[in-house]
Every structure is written in C-alpha cells, then in structure tokens.
Design a protein around this ligand. Structure first.
Ligand SMILES: *Cc1c(COP(=O)(O)O)cnc(C)c1O
Ligand code: SF4
Length: 444
C-alpha cells in the first residue's frame, strides 16, 4: 500500500469528501487555518465510515470540526475567507487566535528540559526520575494529525524545532550520569515516521552503550492507527521488525506506547497483522488515549476498546484528561464525567484490562489521577492522587479538592480542608530552583 497524505491543499480531491455538503468543507477550510490538518488514504478508505459523517468518530479524529474554534474566532477566519483576504492576512489572524489558546501548557519547555554540563539538553525532557523523553528531530511529524493533539503548535510551525535533537550521543552521556533513569521514551510527533535506517541510527548507539540501569526502551507512536502498513508493506517494514528484534535480543524491554481512541481503529486486517508482527519481535504494546468529547465519551466505547486490545495482546495503560490547550473547550469533559466513564468501563472488563489507570491529568506538578468523588464529614469532594510527581514522594498520597461539577482541569479545582494543595509550596521551590539553574547558565 502506498501512503498518500491529504491536507488543506488537496483534501477536496478525496472522492468521499467531494460528496459532502459544501458547508462542511468550508468549516474544514476555516478551522484548518488555525489547527493542523492531515489525513491519509488508510484513514479515509479503511477507517472512516462515510455513511456516518460528520458524526463518525474517526472522521472527527482527523478532520477539523467547526466547534474547535470559539464562535468569534470562527467568524473572524470565515469572514476573511468569504471576502477573499490574502493568505498572509489570514495567517496573521490565525496566529493571534493560536496565541489565545495556551499553546505552551504545563511548563514543558522551561521546567522539563534538563541542564547538562552547563547547557540545556535540547531534545530531552526529564520530568519524572525514572523516565526521560527524547524527541529525535526527524520524528516530529505524524502519518496524520489528530484534531485534539496537545502538541498542535509544533505542526503549524509555532514551536521552533530546536526543542528536538538530531544526536543521541549527549543523551547517552546524560543517561550514564543518571543512574535513576530506567526508561527512555522516543516521542514526537511520531518516531515511527522515520525510516528504519534513521531509527536504527538512534537505537544502535543506545544499545551498544550497554548502560545497565537503562532497562526499557519505549516508542510513543500512533502508526498502528494511522499507518499499520509501516510494518507490513513499506519498503523498510522488515528492517523495522529486525531492529525491534535486535533491541529485544540485547536484553532491553521494548514497549510500543500505542495510541488508540476508539475500538473502530482496531477492526482492520492491516491493524491485526501489524500487531501480530510487532509482538512476534518480542516487543510489547501498551495503549493510551485521551478521553474526548464527541469521539469516545461513552463507557461502552472504552470497555469495547480495552477488551479488543487485550484480545489482540496489547496492554491497556492510561486514560488521559484532555489538556488545557487548543480546542479544550470542544474535546474536554468535566472531571466528574471522566471519572464516571472510566469506572463504568473498568467495571465491564476483566482483570487483564484493569492494568489501565485514569482518568489522569498531565499537569505541571505531575500526573494527577482522579480517584473519584466521595463525602468526608458531609462535604462532597474529589479524591485525587499522583501517579507520577516531580517529587516522587508525592505519589500515592490521596488528597482532596472541593467538588466542582464543571471543572475540566486541575487549575479549576480548589483544595478541600486546607488553603493549599499539599504539594504547592514544594512545587514553587522546584520552579525557583529551575529558574536559578537556567539563569546560572545564561539561558534566561
Ligand atoms: C507520562 C510521562 C512519562 C512516563 O510516565 P509513566 O507513568 O512511566 O508512563 C514520562 N515523562 C513525562 C513528561 C510524562 O508526561
Ligand atoms: S499522532 Fe500523537 S503527536 Fe501526532 S497528532 Fe496525533 S496525538 Fe499529536
């Protein structure tokens, strides 16, 4: 199968799109001026059910939706388009709108990038002790773009790609000096958009370095949803599988951190075959997804998805809460609904799928797990805990927030029984220490 991408410039050539009402196409034109838009022939021909468009969840995963823009933002772009404004004018307004949509959430750039030998280590984030993220510079695109992606600014050229890195050697040196690191996660974008040769050029030195405390290599990817042919019919498909085998043979655990939003992504022959092939290399596949309004906001969608994943040999891992960026107003759900969807889905699956944890918010201090709603001394509260924390000692200490039916993110929650959350002072100390560290090397 030959890969073909569709973007704003050629999506009207898709035969199934030509049959849609013009008003949908106009909405796509408007919203795709602000958010990234890319789909491909596999998604279009094998995943989307065109009889169900525009409600089809897979359609909504790739094709920009009108509701992703606030009404006044939509109107601004729509009227420019209607009046034949120049692309330059449209891009100027689009940029202003993006700046209003919190394009850089959770302090990722300043707080997570480590300082190593007097310099910021580009292309790396080290937030939790045991795991570092590595962003190889050639892996910063995807086989298709998710409408809800929290890394959306990078795909519209807002984040300069300097945060990514072309070399693995400094990362290897960093890992050697940090015995607490057991895991490296290759991420993006999607590292599986790289050729086998490139991927090998990163993996091989890492394996050869033979660092005893580095036990697990993870690849964060969505190719199983967007391009399973990556390991089936792409010219270097077999080279990828051989590389995976070598990693496993070297004694490291290789985990593919796959991303699925809906059981409908698990129904094709290509997907089943791709999963089978990856598993035959000795790699494991773990799965994660955000909970998305309009796409997977029903417990049955999740329980069906987790069951099917387990049946195919994958390990359900995380359910995330939509982050506070971009079209959060469209895709986000109140935390109380997220909890209800999670627990109703979890109740329907056997223990093999109960490896999944969530709903979890990836916030500045850590991954905050919504354990649920309870009553303490007659007061309704949220019970929360950290699954990961900037300070590992925060993990698994239940804490409380005042019940709030509408809250969709941690910053809308207020502490219960106290005027501060227990971690707030330490979080501030961590922030001050980082600012001092960056000032010392002249980075700020
Ligand atoms: C989620 C996450 C990790 C990995 O956490 P695990 O719980 O080990 O999967 C690492 N770094 C960052 C910044 C993360 O958000
Ligand atoms: S595949 Fe991942 S990085 Fe790429 S657009 Fe989707 S969520 Fe974002």
């Amino acid at each position: 199968m030959k890969y073909r991408a569709y973007t704003l410039h050629n999506f009207r050539e898709i035969p199934q799109v030509k049959k849609l009402p013009e008003e949908y196409l106009f909405d796509i034109e408007v919203v795709a001026r602000v958010f990234p838009f890319k789909t491909n022939n596999y998604v279009v021909n094998e995943l989307i059910n065109w009889d169900e468009v525009p409600e089809d969840p897979i359609f909504r995963i790739n094709f920009p939706q009108r509701g992703m823009l606030l009404p006044h933002h939509y109107e601004k772009i729509a009227s420019l388009l209607r009046n034949g404004a120049s692309e330059h004018e449209i891009q100027k307004v689009a940029f202003e709108i993006r700046m209003e949509l919190n394009p850089h959430p959770a302090g990722q750039l300043d707080l997570n990038v480590p300082v190593f030998r007097g310099r910021r280590l580009r292309g790396v984030q080290h937030k939790y002790y045991e795991t570092i993220l590595f962003f190889p510079s050639q892996g910063q695109t995807c086989h298709a773009y998710c409408t809800f992606c929290f890394r959306w600014p990078q795909f519209v050229g807002m984040k300069d790609l300097k945060f990514a890195m072309a070399e693995i050697e400094p990362v290897i040196e960093y890992i050697k000096e940090h015995p607490e690191i057991t895991d490296i996660l290759f991420t993006g974008g999607d590292p599986m958009t790289m050729s086998a040769k490139l991927l090998r050029s990163y993996m091989e030195p890492l394996i050869k370095a033979d660092i005893p405390h580095l036990q697990n290599i993870r690849i964060g990817t969505r190719f199983l949803t967007y391009w399973p042919y990556r390991v089936l019919t792409d010219p270097d498909a077999d080279d990828i599988l051989r590389l995976f085998e070598e990693i496993v043979k070297s004694g490291k655990h290789l985990s593919i951190m796959a991303h699925f939003n809906h059981w409908r992504e698990l129904e094709t022959r290509a997907l089943e075959e791709a999963v089978r092939r990856i598993r035959s290399t000795g790699a494991n596949i773990r799965t994660q997804s955000p909970l998305l309004n309009h796409i997977n906001d029903h417990a049955d969608v999740w329980s069906t998805m987790w069951k099917k994943q387990v049946k195919l040999g994958m390990i359900p891992y995380y359910m995330f809460v939509v982050r506070d960026t971009g079209a959060q107003h469209y895709f986000g759900l109140p935390l109380v609904r997220a909890w209800n969807i999670f627990r109703r889905a979890y109740q329907q699956v056997s223990g093999l799928a109960r490896t999944v944890r969530g709903p979890s918010m990836s916030a500045t201090p850590g991954k905050i797990h919504v354990l649920g709603v309870s009553k303490v001394n007659g007061e309704k509260v949220f019970v929360l805990q950290f699954l990961q924390g900037r300070n590992p000692d925060w993990v698994r200490r239940p804490f409380f927030a005042k019940y709030n039916e509408r809250a969709i993110w941690i910053d809308e929650l207020e502490p219960a029984f106290s005027d501060k959350f227990f971690f707030e002072d330490e979080m501030e100390e961590i922030r001050q220490r980082k600012i001092k560290e960056l000032a010392e090397i002249g980075a700020i």
